[in-house]
Design a protein around this ligand. Structure first.
Ligand code: GDP
Ligand code: IMO
Ligand code: MG
Length: 427
């Protein structure tokens, strides 16, 4: 069996959690391969809303194993809080959740360093979620990090103290930044003890044995392609590879074992945090999208910046990820528009540009739009694409033609059930 991948094609928050939950019954294992508690994945069913940060979005379904892979960074305190929130649902966690021994740990001092670094950057800040993501991946690549497997070692405390000492000396570079490590350290060490109750495994062995045994695996991406450390709008990105290739390094799965790649995008576009966003609408239209789409961060509560769909950006993401099918999310958010816009190309310094270029930060980039007649009616109660308004069908076909990849799912609301199948059956 091959590993299917589901990931975001824009700047995150495309609705990955919802679609992973919808697809989970088709799989035996759901595996996160990168990122950490900077992610906020929302699931809605039976009138309840759940937000997951580190735990894969398959956790609510029976008979499915959820794996936190080696590419993920774990904050034990946030992880424990997520587990505590699941308690009322009587999920048998040990039979449904395992973590990689090679996943790196976010220390309290990583979080402090994240905050200090952002404060020092002033108006140039990344707009990080302040979860310690950047400093933890820096220690990983700098070969200083602590991993889940280390917590069982008698030398753990010694290694923890050595790393904290290093961080304290780094924090001396920020004399104006005040922090209180003591109040964070106690709960963190308690959460490490709790983490020991979970099954830590050699996850690359686990997953490859599962593939060999014919089990179906879905890799769940976090963030989005435009936040990728290599291919995103650097430096306004996260610190991991959010693209398909990240599945290989974040789970120990060979490239030859990758199957379908499902790319998720919103029918428009959003971004949270700083950085370039060519189709951003800083006017009442952007405000209307934010309001209709409840575009506020699932992790930080920050208002998301909103704009029209950007086709050169999506084509770029499809190319980098090798996307084989698409899910279009939040179509219902455009229900109250008479017309919508799609950016077909850019003008940069008066020259036409059809692709997503290297520099989108220090140039004047003018998106050129095509106006599209919208459906202007309620789609949230639809149960089939066949019954969809003609304009919505036309928008889907327009995007399929421009993006050259089939859109197999159209989402018309946050609930599990508000998911329309658009797979065309060959006659
Ligand atoms: P993720 O990070 O990609 O999992 O996405 P988030 O959970 O951060 O943000 C997506 C938000 O949109 C959540 O509040 C979802 O409940 C919601 N959502 C997902 N799909 C739809 C949809 O089709 N329509 C509407 N209106 N909301 C949706
Ligand atoms: P999900 O998985 C949207 C953004 C932050 C910031 C930048 C770097 O829910 O789609 P970091 O804390 O990673 O150092 O922040 O990346 N960011 C996200 N934006 N969705 C996310 O995750 C994000 N995770 C990080 O806002 O701009
Ligand atoms: Mg999110």
């Amino acid at each position: 069996m091959k590993v299917d991948v589901l990931l975001g094609l824009q700047w995150g928050d495309e609705g990955k959690g919802k679609i992973v939950d919808v697809l989970t019954p088709k799989y035996d294992i759901i595996a996160r391969f990168q990122g950490g508690p900077n992610a906020g994945h929302t699931l809605e069913f039976e009138g309840k809303k759940h937000v997951l940060h580190t735990i894969p979005s398959g956790i609510f379904r029976d008979g499915v194993m959820n794996l936190v892979g080696n590419g993920v960074v774990i904050d034990p305190v946030i992880f424990q809080a997520e587990l505590d929130k699941l308690k009322p649902f009587n999920i048998d966690i040990p039979s449904r959740l395992i973590i990689s021994k090679k996943a790196h740990l976010i220390l309290p001092t990583h979080r402090i360093l994240d905050a200090a670094s952002e404060a020092a950057k002033g108006k140039n800040k990344i707009g990080s979620t302040l979860k310690g993501i950047g400093p933890t991946y820096m220690d990983k690549t700098g070969r200083n990090g602590l991993r889940v497997g280390d917590i069982y070692s008698p030398k753990f405390e010694e290694r923890y103290n050595a790393l904290v000492d290093k961080h304290k000396s780094m924090l001396e570079r920020f004399p104006d930044f005040k922090y209180n490590l003591d109040e964070l350290e106690g709960p963190w060490l308690d959460a490490i003890e709790k983490l020991k109750e979970l099954d830590a495994v050699d996850s690359e062995q686990y997953i490859n044995n599962a593939i060999k045994a014919g089990k179906k695996v879905l890799a769940e991406g976090a963030q989005g392609t435009m936040l990728d450390i290599d291919f995103g709008t650097y430096p306004f990105v996260t610190s991991s590879n959010t693209v398909t290739a990240g599945t290989c390094t974040g789970l120990g799965v060979a490239p030859t074992k990758i199957g379908d790649v499902i790319g998720i995008f919103k029918a428009y576009c959003t971004r949270v945090g700083s950085g370039p966003f060519p189709t951003e609408l800083e006017d009442e239209v952007g405000e209307k999208i934010r309001k209709e789409g409840s575009e506020f961060g699932a992790t930080t509560g920050r208002p998301r910046r909103c704009g029209w769909i950007d086709l050169p950006q999506l084509k770029y993401a499809i190319m980098i990820n090798g996307v084989s099918e698409l899910s279009m999310m939040k179509a219902d958010v455009l229900d109250n528009f008479e017309t919508i816009m799609a950016c077909t190309h850019y003008m940069i310094d008066g020259v036409r540009c059809d692709y997503f270029p290297y520099d989108v930060t220090d140039v004047e980039i003018v998106p050129v739009y095509e106006e599209i007649k919208a459906w202007n009616c309620d789609t949230t109660k639809l149960s089939s694409m066949q019954d969809a308004p003609a304009e919505l069908k036309a928008y889907v076909e327009y995007l399929e033609q421009k993006l050259e990849v089939p859109i197999t799912v159209v989402s018309v609301g946050p609930d599990r059930t508000q998911t329309l199948n658009n797979k065309k059956v060959l006659a």
